[in-house]
Design a protein around this ligand. Structure first.
Ligand SMILES: [Zn+2]
Length: 427
């Protein structure tokens, strides 16, 4: 007989972008860490742990599918420049600090505590180029109960000498990192060419070979900024377009490629990306902070793309995925207005879906309470807001997305087990 847990409260989730499942005053049965079902009446189960959350909201954990863990310290800095000067003025200097493991020991616990507090437990993250620091980050995510893809960054082209790798060393470090990261269960490696301009063709070829040989996922950036796109055209004149660079080097494993931004895409690229079933990481705050543009979210949802949201810190500023969902709504409204209402904006159900099950799908059956999904949930106490006792569950969810944060989240659970603050002695 497996371990059973019954969870009571006001349950909400979105298994698709079109539909919010709403279960007031209901019971969710969890067996062996997976959702067995949701019931209006309390089911009679023997030897079952009961967690009664009363009138609190219970929602799936958030997924942040584009986050640079090593840029946590530089959030809010350099927001007056665009992507390429931002990288060389702020970001590369910050990432170079992770050569020193002591710096990671100082920064990562603060980051993990904040992610825990805000309920982001499904993560697809860049580390830095540093092998040991990347493994330390994986170790911390694993021990803290997160589910994550972590990428040691590859970059053998870079104007910051402390970050520039030699091609052979980059490849050798990546192989060692892959070998040593086999010890983790819930944290997995993901091949991470920073973006096409940061890698030589031999390095891209080596990485693509690793992807094929070991059946690995890939994360990188695509079509964020016009300067970046022109640069890719200059560097890779034989490629049909930016996305074609990744395709040419087999850095496009089907259904396992995460592409951040995807703002300025050609029709040919969109067609190829759909064919490869890529995951698009939409990072609305970052795209506005760096004046990159507005991703055509409505069109991409309607076209059937796999889409999740990314905080993209440090180009993004806030880690709370409720804010990312609201930013996605706001930028899609701007896009809609600029289209003179030709294109509809997205609504809160769609944005909530992207922030939970949309991004969660990258990790398997995650981010929702459907039968068989991993029982990963947050408990939200919203009684601090005066309307919460008279508005609907759907409205309470809207208030939480717009107004909420760590203060409202009273409990966090992964695979049916409550997750405690990872570093209680650190703020
Ligand atoms: Zn990024």
């Amino acid at each position: 007989m497996g371990r059973s847990v019954l969870i009571h409260g006001d349950l909400l989730y979105a298994a698709t972008a079109q539909e919010l499942s709403v279960h007031p005053d209901s019971w969710m049965l969890v067996e062996e860490g997976k959702v067995e079902g949701i019931y209006e009446q309390k089911p009679e189960i023997e030897n079952c742990e009961i967690r009664d959350y009363g009138k609190q909201l219970i929602i799936p954990v958030f997924a942040d599918i584009h986050i640079h863990s090593v840029q946590y310290g530089q959030r809010g800095l350099g927001m007056n420049v665009e992507l390429l000067p931002w990288l060389s003025t702020y970001t590369f200097k910050e990432e170079a600090r992770f050569e020193d493991l002591e710096y990671g020991k100082k920064v990562f616990p603060l980051l993990l505590n904040e992610l825990w507090s805000l309920g982001s437990f499904n993560l697809c993250t860049f580390s830095s180029k540093h092998l040991e620091s990347s493994l330390m980050l994986m170790d911390m995510y694993e021990k803290a109960g997160f589910r994550a893809y972590v990428g040691k960054v590859n970059m053998d082209c870079c104007d910051e000498p402390r970050l520039k790798e030699e091609c052979d060393i980059s490849f050798a470090d990546t192989k060692e990192w892959l070998e040593r990261s086999k010890q983790y269960k819930n944290v997995k490696p993901i091949i991470t060419p920073r973006f096409a301009p940061s890698c030589t063709e031999p390095l891209l070829r080596h990485l693509g070979d690793l992807v094929q040989e070991h059946d690995l996922p890939v994360q990188t950036h695509l079509n964020e900024n016009f300067g970046e796109i022109s640069w890719v055209q200059e560097l890779f004149p034989d490629s049909e377009n930016y996305y074609d660079v990744y395709r040419q080097y087999n850095l496009n494993p089907k259904g396992r490629t995460v592409l951040a931004h995807c703002i300025h895409n050609t029709d040919e690229e969109l067609e190829a990306m759909l064919e490869d079933e890529v995951f698009v990481a939409h990072c609305p705050a970052s795209n506005i902070n760096l004046s990159s543009g507005i991703m055509p979210l409505r069109e991409m949802i309607d076209a059937g793309f796999n889409i999740g949201l990314g905080s993209d810190i440090g180009a993004g500023d806030r880690l709370f995925m409720g804010t990312a969902a609201v930013d996605a709504i706001r930028s899609s409204k701007l896009y809609s207005m600029m289209s003179e209402d030709e294109v509809d904006p997205v609504n809160y159900v769609e944005a909530f879906y992207l922030a939970t099950a949309g991004g969660g799908a990258l990790f398997g059956d995650c981010g929702k309470f459907s039968e068989g999904s991993s029982a990963d949930y947050l408990v939200v106490d919203d009684k601090c807001w005066p309307a919460s006792d008279r508005i609907s569950l759907e409205e309470r969810l809207q208030q939480f997305l717009y107004l909420g944060g760590a203060e409202q989240i009273t409990e966090r659970c992964m695979r049916g087990e409550i997750v405690e603050k990872p570093f209680p002695d650190v703020c």
